[in-house]
Design a protein around this ligand. Structure first.
Ligand SMILES: [Zn+2]
Length: 111
C-alpha cells in the first residue's frame, strides 16, 4: 500500500467516525417543561414494571398537587376533592401531561 491509499482510508475512516458520532450520540431537547432524549439505537424503554408511585414521579407537577387530594388513594380521575383534577381544570396541569399520566396509570391498573 502506498502513502496515497493510507491518506484516503484515513479520510474515509474520519468521515465514518463523524457520521457515527453525529447519528449515534444521545441528544437532550428541552421543550416547554419536558425534556426529551433522542437516543439513536434505543427503540423503546420498558416501563411495564413501574407501579403508580413510580409513574407519578415522572409527573412532578401532578405529584405536587396530588399531595392535596382529600382521598388517600385517589386515582385523580374523580372530580370532587381531587386536587389534581382541580389543577387540571384551572390550567396548572397541562391536559396532555394529565392524559399521559392517566394512560400510564390505567395501564398499570390493568396488569
Ligand atoms: Zn386526586
Amino acid at each position: 500500500m502506498y502513502q496515497g491509499n493510507t491518506i484516503i482510508i484515513q479520510q474515509v475512516f474520519n468521515l465514518i467516525k463523524k457520521f457515527f458520532i453525529k447519528f449515534s450520540s444521545p441528544t437532550l431537547y428541552n421543550i416547554d417543561e419536558m425534556q426529551i432524549i433522542d437516543s439513536p439505537g434505543v427503540r423503546d424503554i420498558d416501563i411495564d414494571h413501574l407501579n403508580l408511585k413510580e409513574i407519578i414521579l415522572g409527573f412532578p407537577e401532578i405529584l405536587n398537587h396530588s399531595l392535596n387530594c382529600v382521598f388517600p388513594n385517589c386515582s385523580h380521575q374523580i372530580d370532587e376533592g381531587c386536587a389534581v383534577h382541580a389543577a387540571l381544570k384551572n390550567g396548572d396541569i397541562k391536559e396532555s401531561r394529565y392524559n399521559n399520566f392517566i394512560f400510564l396509570s390505567n395501564q398499570e391498573k390493568s396488569r
